[in-house]
Design a protein around this ligand. Structure first.
Ligand code: NAP
Length: 475
């Protein structure tokens, strides 16, 4: 156990606090109820006009947003790093990925939402996809730009307008994103940020001008938002937590698997919903894999996220650090073995040591919950079927990957794994070209691809009956 005292970081409703030093960087006044009312009114009024804007015009503006993201990626990257601690190099890549996402929807949205002909008994039937109105997006801090853009790019291309309630610890990112859309040329009401705490979200969802809500975040937040949306009969999409399995079988390239396993665990300082969290390895190669994995985890450079040599920076907030420490301590108390790390690092900032745990007891936090930080849990399996059984023994079902060159094992994994994303010999990642989302407590609905853009539309079935041709009088 660490002897360092919990760093007392100031708790503010909407504020940036440095994860590296604990210093308060900037504090914002929350928007008042009147200001929120003005923004809702503007969103509703803007939607009535914006829905008529042709695809080509929307696409040109979104492409300008992509240009801004690319041109200023280092400024945005620095902002993300200072606010939530991700490494600067990964933050710059995040800005680039947002540009890619914007271009993807600028180029494809019209095709994804084109009328679809259907064959029925009517003279003509088709499906028309139409926007539904202002959509509220409740977003997390871990990918403070990408989470927002992967909602906003398709939503705005579909003709909806967006209201963002971002996590309270990333207000600078929230305001910067609003500014990007404004500078790109969208009308003021097309995308607005609400600086409000989570206790004010229910009232916004219930407002009659809000058509739907999407939340990316924890299971608790998702359950609360979905309950209100359900009561109000409003569409919701939930992207929640994950405890992704990373399965390794004897036919895999072990060196490559161990190398990617480390990346997949510590991506975003370990705070990614699709980070690999449970490593399930065939017992024949488990000893060898463990050695390779632990030595790579041990060689990670932990430090200032602005330093380009850093692999793992601080956790985003003091609460995240404290939560993770509690989960690891409890798992160890219940009998898990510590192969590496196991505690916070004795220095200023929210640092937790890269950690590897083995012999994970059932019922322990590492087995039951999501560990949001650089902590890996190792399991051993008899064969692929057993590995899948361990993998599926979770409330989550977001991503999963298997490392194997055996065709039968691959087929079994693809067919039996309870997950929204199943990757073979590669780490799970989001990509605008394929849908993203989970099953079980990882949520419902999909983002990205044509599936994502069709979540917040009215799928209108149109049926046209032409009059029978008039019969001739001589008949
Ligand atoms: P969080 O505490 O659930 O917060 C997410 C957002 O929800 C924040 O804007 C937060 O606002 C708001 N919120 C919290 N409780 C709420 C409530 N009861 N009602 C309405 N809004 C509420 O999650 P986090 O700690 O920021 O993010 C980490 C979680 O997100 C992890 O579980 C991770 O796996 C998940 N995640 C999932 C995906 C995915 O695509 N599946 C992607 C990224 C992250 P405040 O900040 O004001 O509290």
């Amino acid at each position: 156990m660490s002897t360092q005292k919990v760093v007392e970081l100031p708790r503010r409703a909407v504020a940036s606090v440095s994860p590296l030093t604990g210093e308060l960087l900037r504090e914002y006044e929350q928007h008042t109820d009147d200001a929120v009312e003005d923004k809702l009114a503007l969103a509703a009024a803007t939607f009535r006009e914006y829905r008529k804007v042709p695809f080509a015009e929307r696409a040109a503006i979104l492409a300008r947003a992509a240009e801004i993201l690319e041109k200023e990626k280092e400024t945005f990257g620095r902002m993300m790093t200072l606010e939530m601690g991700k490494t600067f190099k990964s933050a710059v890549q995040e800005a680039e990925k947002c540009a890619f996402g914007c271009r993807f929807y600028a180029e494809n949205a019209e095709r994804f939402l084109a009328d679809e002909e259907a064959k029925t008994n009517a003279s003509r039937s088709f499906v028309r996809y139409q926007p539904i109105g202002p959509v509220l997006a409740v977003m997390p801090w871990n990918f403070p730009f990408w989470q927002v853009f992967r909602f906003a790019a398709p939503a705005l291309m579909a003709g909806n307008v967006g209201l963002l309630k971002h996590a309270s610890n990333v207000p600078q990112c929230a305001l910067a994103i609003e500014d990007i859309f404004r500078r790109a040329g969208f009308a003021e009401g097309v995308f607005q940020t609400l600086l409000i705490g989570s206790d004010r979200v229910n009232k916004v969802i219930a407002d009659r001008r809000i058509a739907a809500v999407t939340l990316t975040g924890s299971v608790g937040a998702g359950s609360s938002v979905a309950a209100v949306a359900g009561k109000e009969i409003k569409k919701s999409v939930l992207e929640l937590g994950g405890s992704d399995p990373f399965i390794v079988m004897p036919s895999a390239d072990l060196d490559r698997a161990a190398e990617v396993a480390v990346q997949a665990r510590v991506i975003n300082n370990g705070q990614s919903c699709i980070a690999a969290k449970r490593f399930i390895v065939h017992e024949r190669i488990a000893g060898e894999f463990e050695k390779k994995f632990v030595s790579r985890m041990a060689s990670l450079k932990v430090g200032d996220p602005m330093d380009t040599n850093t692999d793992v920076g601080p956790l985003a907030t003091a609460d995240v650090l404290q939560g993770l420490e509690g989960q690891v301590n409890k798992t160890i108390e219940m009998g898990a073995r510590v192969l590496l790390g196991g505690k916070r690092i004795d220095r200023k900032g929210n640092f937790f040591a890269p950690t590897v745990l083995a012999d994970i007891p059932k019922g322990s936090p590492a087995h039951e919950d999501e560990l949001f930080g650089p902590v890996a849990s190792l399991y051993r399996a008899k064969d692929m079927a057993h590995a899948i059984e361990i993998a599926n023994d979770s409330i989550f079902g977001l991503g999963a990957c298997a490392w194997t060159n055996d065709r039968t094992e691959r087929d079994l994994f693809i067919h039996e794994i309870e997950a929204g994303l199943a990757f073979i010999n590669g780490m799970v990642a989001s990509d605008p070209r394929i849908p993203f989302g989970g099953v079980k407590h990882s949520g419902y609905g999909r983002e990205l691809s044509h599936h994502g853009i069709r979540e917040f539309v009215n799928v209108k079935s149109v049926s046209i009956q032409e009059p029978e041709p008039a019969k001739s009088r001589t008949e």
